[in-house]
Design a protein around this ligand. Structure first.
Ligand SMILES: Nc1nc2c(c(=O)[nH]1)N[C@H]1C(S)=C(S)[C@@H](COP(=O)(O)OP(=O)(O)OC[C@H]3O[C@@H](n4cnc5c(=O)[nH]c(N)nc54)[C@H](O)[C@@H]3O)O[C@H]1N2
Ligand SMILES: Nc1nc2c(c(=O)[nH]1)N[C@H]1C(S)=C(S)[C@@H](COP(=O)(O)OP(=O)(O)OC[C@H]3O[C@@H](n4cnc5c(=O)[nH]c(N)nc54)[C@H](O)[C@@H]3O)O[C@H]1N2
Ligand SMILES: [Mo]
Length: 758
């Protein structure tokens, strides 16, 4: 499958003509019909369809094309004319398909027909919807509810997500892990611990007022390109961007707006960052401490000179807790220790501190580079510390903004998809539905896998996703996956997880968001929540890929009817027939945030669900924003090990998670091969390697389990010492299941201790 590798650095900017070429390549490969372009034109606009790619905000004043390269790719991928039909399944055994690559499987096109796994012939065979539902319902009734997990991958809208969460609880458990458990769970736990809120505090207008943006561990050029427009605007009015990232990501160095014909044709790309700290993996805790150290020095200096102080002392007194302990820790930590743990110099940390001290409004942004570490919540805590020092929380032009992943992943948590009972609306469920929430917390993703390996999890329902592929430790997970009694996938395209059927297994093909969803009362609206907690309406207009598809909402209603005893208060047919009735349930369950949802979701840019931390109301233990006193200086769980390298696994520009669109990581100048490992030129020399040499990576956590990925081709890349980088999901066999964030259990896929073997 891989073409001959070619390494070169990319000379273009992020955005620009390269991004348009990227879109047209996918359009050709997916043979998208002209009507698909119509869908693109309506993407992220009131009355249109909300993009299924990232979770960045929908503008109240949309541009002619309110989508980016990768949003277009995701949409065209959904609207492909290729079909994965019963004939295809008749021609291939499931064991054969299990050997296909992620790319080959998804290239077969949209699933068209409900399929049942036949263990005798080892084929998926067509079945009818009614047979599928009654057989799955009957099977679920025989299983112990304590051993069945209901996973959700953050794409499904609020309506099906709400129903999915109550279905699991009516069935008898809180086993509702979400892709968030591998992603921003560190935010849900860590940011909540310090601000009392599990989501970001920024709003769009803050980007029009900030003086500085600290941008940590997120790659906007690939993963949220629409953010580049407000960033570019901010830079042009003088805002300074400080980046912490081991890789020099192109979009954070220069950007050419594809929305601006003049800049595309004649203009110079915009220089995006003023300061770029190439921290080592996990180096953010120390780099942020160094930045804070400088901020304090600058505050002392300001006091000595009798000018305006850098610290917002009124805010600190009234709104924060724990500053003294943090200051003690800072004073006790030397610059040498900070340089060693961060991988950057004192001068660089001082420069970052100076930009902070010279700015009166600062925003902090972060992504997987912070959350996917063993001590990720401490790194988030340190970013919040920095913001708190200057009172940069809960006021205009300031705040903390995690960039979410899937387009509705935040919303799924909001409407009840959570394994934590404390976060479930237990009282309201009782009042609105007569539902008694099971008392025990459910599985996180890691706990699900532990139960799977231990043999106590025997059933799995997946609302989207490719879970077996997205998780750590494939060599331990794959064999266990196949031992389950029941696996059910609600999906749009075929993937590796589907090719590891349990003893009884079904593929239930569903509509994508751009397709019309006709129920008893006509074509239905759905709604989704973005990274800024805005809830927007979305409607599909395209004809479905096959007549035999059902919506996610309809599938969940039918599964629930087939599984649960009838209850006059649980009106699955009425909910399925009119999604406004589900929104009514959401509004009754969460009245403060979702009142009048039916009307408000049509407001431009959606309605704001609100966030107490944005109003400086801190729902923390102390009732104040909490300073974090770090217990470590680097976020990696294991620092010292013989191999001495830390592996970062990340996304290329040509994938959406486990969906591989192609083999071009354009913005990094890496083409043609995904089985590569990036190493700095100095380390290549030190280790006696050479470019294009094949090596293996071996994990070093000392638990006696051999984890190895071989056949990786070496590429020289500008990286800090000790960092090696490769692609998710190919390198997931190297991430140990037990190596996860200390509080949130997010797998630590950004700082795995490894050695290189020739
Ligand atoms: N096109 C496209 N869009 C997507 C996705 C996709 O796969 N494709 N995925 C979606 C999902 S689910 C998510 S969660 C988001 C993910 O979006 P990101 O959060 O950008 O995730 P990654 O691609 O994993 O890259 C993380 C960044 O962190 C940096 N990094 C790694 N380790 C460290 C560290 O220790 N410190 C710091 N400061 N930086 C570090 C990496 O170099 C990289 O730039 O994107 C969403 N949007
Ligand atoms: N090593 C490493 N591992 C990681 C990460 C990393 O950075 N490094 N990132 C983690 C992160 S942030 C995340 S979010 C997870 C992602 O984990 P998942 O969310 O489980 O994976 P995806 O690849 O997004 O799932 C793709 C599949 O979803 C189905 N699908 C697509 N669209 C729809 C739809 O509209 N409806 C339904 N029902 N199904 C649909 C298709 O069948 C497709 O094959 O991976 C995590 N794993
Ligand atoms: Mo994610």
């Amino acid at each position: 499958m891989s073409k001959p590798p070619k390494a070169q650095s990319y000379s273009g900017s992020a955005g620009g003509w390269g991004s348009l070429r990227g879109i047209s390549r996918i359009e050709r490969s997916q043979k998208a019909k002209p009507a698909a372009l119509d869908t693109l034109r309506q993407l992220n606009k009131p009355g249109g369809t909300m993009c299924t790619s990232c979770a960045w905000v929908k503008s109240a004043e949309p541009k002619p094309f309110e989508f980016c390269e990768n949003g277009a790719k995701a949409t065209l991928w959904d609207l492909t004319s290729d079909r994965c039909t019963p004939d295809f399944f008749a021609a291939h055994t499931v064991s054969e398909l299990a050997g296909w690559s992620d790319y080959e499987l998804e290239m077969t096109g949209r699933l068209t027909t409900p399929m049942r796994y036949d263990p005798v012939s080892d084929h998926y065979v067509p079945t009818s919807w009614s047979e599928a539902f009654s057989a799955i319902g009957a099977k679920l009734r025989t299983l112990d509810p304590k051993g069945v997990t209901f996973y959700a991958s953050g794409k499904a809208a609020l309506e099906p997500s709400y129903l999915y969460a109550i279905f699991a609880r009516m069935y008898g458990n809180n086993h509702l892990p979400d892709s968030s458990n591998m992603c921003h769970e560190t935010t849900s736990v860590g940011l909540r611990k310090v601000t009392g809120s599990s989501v970001g505090t920024c709003q769009m207008e803050d980007f029009e007022h900030c003086d500085a943006i600290f941008y940590l561990g997120q790659n906007p050029g690939t993963n949220s390109p629409r953010i580049l427009h407000p960033l570019q605007k901010a830079v042009k009015r003088g805002c300074k961007i400080v980046v912490f990232n081991p890789l020099k990501e192109k979009a954070l160095t220069e950007f050419r707006s594809p929305q601006n014909p003049l800049q595309m044709t004649f203009g110079k790309a915009t220089k995006m960052s003023h300061l770029y700290l190439q921290v080592r993996p996990g180096g953010d805790i120390a780099a942020l401490m160094g930045t804070c150290k400088r901020v304090l020095e600058r505050d002392e200096k300001a006091q000595a000179m009798g000018v305006r102080r850098v610290l917002d002392t009124a805010f600190l007194d009234q709104h924060t807790h724990g500053l003294e302990d943090f200051l003690e820790k800072l004073a006790a930590t030397s610059w040498e220790e900070l340089e060693e743990a961060s991988g950057v110099t004192r001068a660089e940390m001082e420069a970052a501190g100076d930009i902070y001290a010279d700015s009166s409004k600062v925003i902090g942004i972060y992504g997987m580079g912070l959350t996917q570490h063993v001590h990720g919540s401490q790194a988030i805590g340190l970013l919040v510390n920095l913001l708190l020092l200057g009172g940069n929380m809960g006021r205009q032009g300031a705040g903390c903004s995690p960039i979410r992943g899937h387009s509705n992943v935040q919303g799924q948590r909001t409407v009840g998809i959570t394994e934590k009972v404390a976060l479930a609306p237990v009282e309201k469920y009782r009042e609105v539905l007569g539902l008694e929430t099971p008392a025990e917390d459910g599985h996180t993703t890691v706990e699900f896998l532990e139960a799977l390996i231990a043999g106590t999890n025997t059933g799995y329902i997946g609302l989207g996703g490719n879970l077996a592929r997205a998780v750590p430790d494939h060599d331990r997970v794959y064999p266990a996956w196949r031992t389950m009694e029941l696996t059910v996938h609600i999906a749009t395209k075929l993937n590796k997880t589907h090719c590891m059927p349990g003893k009884a297994s079904w593929l239930l093909p569903c509509l994508v968001r751009a397709e019309e969803d006709i129920q008893a009362t006509g074509n239905q609206w759905v709604s989704i929540e973005d990274s800024f907690s805005h809830v927007s309406a979305s409607k599909g207009k395209r004809k479905p890929a096959s007549e035999d598809l059902m919506s996610e909402t309809a599938i969940i209603c039918e599964l629930a009817k087939a599984t649960l005893d009838p209850n006059p208060r649980w009106k699955w047919d009425a909910w399925r027939g009119d999604y406004a009735r589900i929104r009514d349930l959401i509004a009754q369950t969460y009245p403060e945030q979702f009142y009048d949802m039916e009307r408000r979701m049509h407001e431009p840019s959606g309605f704001y669900r609100g966030n107490p931390a944005h109003e400086r109301i801190w729902k923390t233990q102390s009732g104040k924003a909490e300073f974090t006193t770090p217990t470590v200086l680097n976020a990696c769980g294991i620092r010292d090990h013989p191999g001495g390298m830390h592996l970062v696994t990340l996304r290329s520009n040509d994938q959406f998670n486990t969906t591989i669109y192609g083999f071009s990581d354009r913005l990094r100048g890496l083409e043609g091969n995904r089985m590569i490992v990036l190493i700095s030129p100095e380390e290549i020399v030190r280790l006696g390697l050479h470019e294009y040499q094949e090596v293996s990576l071996v994990t070093e956590v000392g638990d006696g389990i051999e984890r190895r990925v071989s056949g990786l081709s070496v590429r020289a890349y500008d990286l800090p010492k000790g960092a090696v980088v490769g692609y998710f999901p190919e390198l997931n066999p190297l991430v140990p299941l037990e190596y996860h964030e200390e509080l949130a259990k997010t797998p630590a896929s950004k700082g795995v201790p490894v050695r290189i073997e020739v």
